[in-house]
Design a protein around this ligand. Structure first.
Ligand code: ADP
Ligand code: MG
Length: 156
């Protein structure tokens, strides 16, 4: 799978990278976003949702594992932080948010165990703190999405 390493130096840049992704995303795509608390996962997803035409304000779902939004394409945003592991949970938990009818973003994907293995993962992102407001973002996935990210980074 094609890979790319990126850096951002503030919140807006991370949001814009997410926004740029939107142009390459298609129905059924699953985007996994890994990284510790405060890395910028939700920031990036917020930008992607904006790029997909979502008008609601996107925050991390708190009392539920996910939220669905209407945009140019239907979008879902899942945050598995509070889930120790999906093993033993109802597999239908993810089925409400992931499928051929929407674009899905999943924060804390590692907590899903193998439940995400069979899904159509189009892109894996891993965000790391890199001092103050700097973030290092590793991307691996479909060429069309790597291209969208590279174009956004080159344009700034
Ligand atoms: P996560 O979802 O990974 O827990 P959030 O996106 O909710 O993280 O929060 C990221 C926090 O880090 C925000 O307070 C944001 O303002 C701050 N921040 C600082 N620099 C950056 C950056 N380069 N990219 C993204 N967020 C940043
Ligand atoms: Mg978050």
């Amino acid at each position: 799978m094609p890979k790319l390493e990126l850096e951002t130096s503030d919140e807006q840049q991370t949001e814009r990278l997410g926004e740029a992704l939107a142009s390459g995303l298609a129905l059924g795509d699953v985007v996994l976003v890994a990284g510790e608390l405060g890395a910028g996962k939700t920031t990036l997803v917020r930008g992607a949702c904006r790029g997909l035409g979502v008008r609601e304000h996107v925050t991390s779902p708190t009392f539920v594992i996910g939220a669905r939004y209407a945009g140019r394409l239907p979008v879902s945003h899942v945050d598995l932080y509070r889930l120790e592991t999906l093993a033993g949970e109802d597999p239908a938990l993810l089925a409400d948010y992931i499928g051929p009818d929407c674009v899905s973003f999943v924060e804390w994907p590692e907590r899903a165990g193998s439940a995400l293995d069979s899904e159509q993962v189009a892109l894996r992102l891993a965000i790391r703190h890199d001092g103050e407001d700097r973030r290092a973002i590793a991307a691996e996935g479909e060429q069309r999405l790597i291209d969208a990210l590279a174009a956004a980074a080159a344009a700034r």
